[in-house]
Design a protein around this ligand. Sequence first.
Ligand code: NAD
Ligand code: TYD
Length: 380
Amino acid sequence: MSQSPKNIMITGGAGFIGSHVVRLFVKKYPQSKIVNVDKLTYAGNLNNLKDIEDAPNYKFVKADIADLDKMREIIKDNEITGIIHLAAESHVDRSIKDPFTFARTNVMGTLALLQAAKEYWDSLPEKYEGKLFYHISTDEVYGALEITNPEGVKAPFTTKASADDHMAFGVDFFVETTKYDPHSPYSASKASSDHFVRAYHDTYGMPTIVTNCSNNYGPYQFPEKLIPLFINNILQGKNLPVYGKGENVRDWLFVEDHARAIDLIFHKGKPGDTYNIGGFNEWKNIDLIKVVIKTVDRLTGKPEGTSEHLITYVTDRLGHDMRYAIDSRKLQKELGWEPSLQFEEGIEKTVKWYLDNKDWVDNVTSGDYEKYYDQMYKNR
Ligand code: NAD
Ligand code: TYD
């Protein structure tokens, strides 16, 4: 939006991506009030924001986004003009075990936020002018792609090749108009929330934007997702549970590049529009795992590849989507965004961060997490 909203509510700001977005906005927009609304589930951790928690333009409110009255109160009391909505249950494996929590937070929570924002903005004389509801979604809503490259998906499917080079290769990508086809309870809940956001735009004229991003990695990611889980397990000499044959493909983006895209789209994106975010950086899981192993080995002073013996093939995830791949040319061409890091640089930064922040890992994995991990993985 051209006119910068002054009071910005960021939901899920104590989580992985949200904490990077909160940090960026608090530092870059000292004139704006940044209100972080987070329930602090197992995935939310205020230690992620230690460096900015005392900033005069930052405020934290512990609340559940599915609590409509509370959302009404926070939005009104803080005179919120822009919302960046990241709060969600986000892990596919958990959604397979407990789909209801995903529907509650991702669907009903998003609906409560939309309704609370609508009521407050409707009550103002200028209504929707200068307002924006920006919903952060995932590429997983589009379903799964096949691996169409006969040599397997490696180079040139990396950030080193241009977007047009990728297209010339003639394989499928998710574009903004790809039909939704979610398979997991997680992606079904995100798809449903995306539909509600668009419904509030199409029905009430509310200014909304939806973005669908590929897999993120980087500092502060909870160690249940592939990359931080494997870094942590290598450091502890634990097995690396590779689902199925390790042939599934994901498209990886460094989290700070996602946060920069969110900033750009929040300020320059077109209300009513959708943008795909991704860095043309596809990796077969097993190839990516070997890069992670090499990097951890090198940075801990071991010969590269020493930890490969930890790789353990385990029962596949139910309904495991084969391949995700984002075509982000619309964002690149219309708003001039591009990823800043090559994958190897991003992995190096990420591994270094986990090595330097073992206390953070110990802290977030204390309590119930060990029990959860044992149930989830040891019997797989
Ligand atoms: P995360 O699980 O690390 O963090 C989610 C945050 O939401 C946590 O701080 C948690 O406490 C909070 N939260 C959960 N339920 C809540 C509720 N009912 N009320 C208030 N707060 C609640 O997630 P993430 O990986 O940072 O993902 C953030 C968003 O980005 C999600 O909407 C996710 O779908 C989307 N996304 C993630 C990725 C990825 O690779 N991680 C990729 C694309 C899109
Ligand atoms: P994940 O990080 O859970 O992200 P998503 O399922 O949203 O893509 O998983 C990334 C890929 O890694 C996915 O294909 C599943 C696979 N995977 C494993 O092989 N082992 C694991 O322990 C985990 C967590 C994931």
